[in-house]
Design a protein around this ligand. Structure first.
Ligand code: MG
Ligand code: MG
Length: 248
């Protein structure tokens, strides 16, 4: 069942989302050569807790980190550890925060120092694919419209769409109904209604869309070891469109 959030709930989701946004902004200056992903994780957790929230991912199905840190060919669910960031890396940071029982969820890909043209291209067009998907959100649109826009845009730009992972509803649970795939047929799937809250999150690869899971049972990497990017916002469907909750 897809829940419709009340005004009170949307206000709390907005606060949770804003904490996620602020955590991203807080981390930005620390995303540089020599930092470890575990240091980023600790900074994020401390910041989230200072804002009276808890990291949504910590302990989620046993996930060991407070945030997900996925470097280069890692698509999602990278586990923070003692690896140091290197000049030329890209890192996707996925952050979830729970405030008074409501979650916010947003991922962003960042450059470490100077990155090559291919990675710049991947980042630019994965971010644009996210906004392409968001653009169609309004009451009466369908879930398939979102995925169709993302998939069409990705293919126009020769990027591989990860099919096995998708966006989702957000509320008192981090992952709620419905699934929001990054592919689909326009006009298909559940109809959007005012008050629905969705996380839209394209994961695009510079090469093949194929992925596999590492032996740590969490981290998803690209089959061809080429880079992947991930951009995600949590949004609420409004009367005539949508509002980003994981923004300012
Ligand atoms: Mg996320
Ligand atoms: Mg998500």
């Amino acid at each position: 069942m897809i829940t419709i959030k009340s005004e009170r709930e949307i206000a709390l989701l907005k606060q949770a989302g804003n904490i996620v946004y602020k955590t991203h902004q807080y981390l930005k200056p620390y995303i540089k050569e020599g930092m470890t992903t575990l240091e980023l994780d600790h900074l994020a957790e401390e910041f989230i807790r200072k804002n009276d929230a808890t990291p949504s991912f910590k302990g989620y199905n046993g996930f060991p980190g407070s945030i997900c840190t996925s470097i280069n060919d890692e698509v999602v669910h990278g586990i923070p550890d003692n690896r140091k960031l290197k000049n030329g890396d890209i890192i996707s940071i996925d952050i979830g925060a729970c405030y008074k029982g409501y979650h916010g969820d947003s991922a962003w890909t960042y450059a470490v120092g100077e990155i090559d043209e291919e990675k710049k291209y991947l980042m630019e067009h994965t971010e644009k694919a996210l906004y392409q998907g968001l653009e169609v959100i309004k009451p009466g649109s369908r879930i398939g419209d979102i995925g169709n826009k993302i998939e069409t845009y990705a293919h126009q730009h020769n990027l591989g769409v990860v099919l096995e992972l998708c966006g989702h509803g957000v509320g008192t649970k981090l992952h709620e109904s419905p699934d929001v795939p990054n592919y689909g047929v326009a006009g298909s799937g559940p109809k959007l209604k005012e008050g629905m809250v969705l996380a839209v999150e394209p994961m695009l690869n510079i090469g093949s869309p194929d992925i596999y899971m590492l032996e740590n049972d969490w981290t998803i990497v690209t089959e061809d070891s080429r880079p992947s990017a991930h951009y995600e916002h949590t949004v609420v469907v409004t009367k005539d469109g949508y509002q980003i909750l994981t923004g300012e």
